[in-house]
Write a protein that binds this ligand. Structure first.
Ligand code: ADE
Length: 228
């Protein structure tokens, strides 16, 4: 899949793109992730990208011209046109099912805002969807875009070492994960539950299902209710 990221702070992505998961999927050719600096597309001689809001109020609003120009440059780069997502707190909230849906797309374009937001004509004119990563306000869309990219890219077949890794995990069936243990069998007086050392796979499976259900009921009654 291809993901184009449009931002005015491309440097924020450097470490993220070049370490760990993103480094692996890019090197393996599983994801083609490209950065576009919207400041390169402004008509303004001072590379201005934002201006004061009509109607007054605090902060600055991203102007349509540099965003349209950058989107058009990225979109004509290859076919088909990308599904366009504006990162804003007003959007549909990211969830595991939405990450799965987005992971099926051949092309995504993530457009990162700053300041008080985007001129509304950007959403309207580009037929862009708004996407939020949660009910809190970040200083810009860049960190949100990284969250979205990581949630999607790890679902690409071959991205993670073990093919079952994304099947048996939190939220895939609206339950949280069961607790995990590794060596040593005892650490600072805390022992690994005996069942996990028993070698009895049926008992282990039962214990894990019970632990996952119990955690979900205690920590996320909203999910437990959905399952009832
Ligand atoms: N930009 C600012 N806050 C955001 C959020 N919660 N999700 C996505 N983009 C944002």
């Amino acid at each position: 899949m291809r993901i184009d990221v449009l931002t005015i702070f491309p440097g924020i992505f450097q470490g993220f793109f070049n370490e760990s998961l993103l480094k692996i999927v890019r090197a393996a050719g599983l994801a083609d992730v490209r950065l576009w600096d919207m400041r390169d597309y402004t008509d303004d001689k001072h590379s201005k990208i934002d201006d004061r809001p009509y109607g007054g109020g605090p902060g600055m609003v991203i102007m349509p011209q540099p965003v349209f120009a950058a989107v058009e440059a990225a979109d004509t780069d290859t076919q088909p046109p990308a599904r366009k997502l504006l990162l804003t707190p007003q959007g549909r909230t990211l969830s595991q099912p939405l990450a799965r849906e987005l992971a099926q797309e051949p092309r995504l374009m993530l457009i990162c805002g700053r300041y008080e937001g985007f001129d509304e004509r950007i959403r309207l004119g580009l037929h862009a969807e708004e996407l939020s990563i949660g009910d809190y306000v970040l200083a810009g869309g860049e960190t949100a875009a990284m969250v979205v990219i990581e949630a999607i890219v790890r679902l690409i077949p071959g991205a993670l070492g073990h093919p079952d890794s994304t099947v048996q995990e939190s939220f895939e069936d609206d339950t949280l994960d069961f607790p995990q243990y590794t060596r040593p069998p005892e650490f600072r007086g805390m022992a690994v539950p005996e069942v996990l050392l028993s070698g009895n796979h049926e008992r282990i499976r039962h214990w894990r299902a019970e632990q996952a259900a119990q955690r979900t009921r205690h920590r996320r009654p909203d999910l437990a209710y959905k399952n009832a």
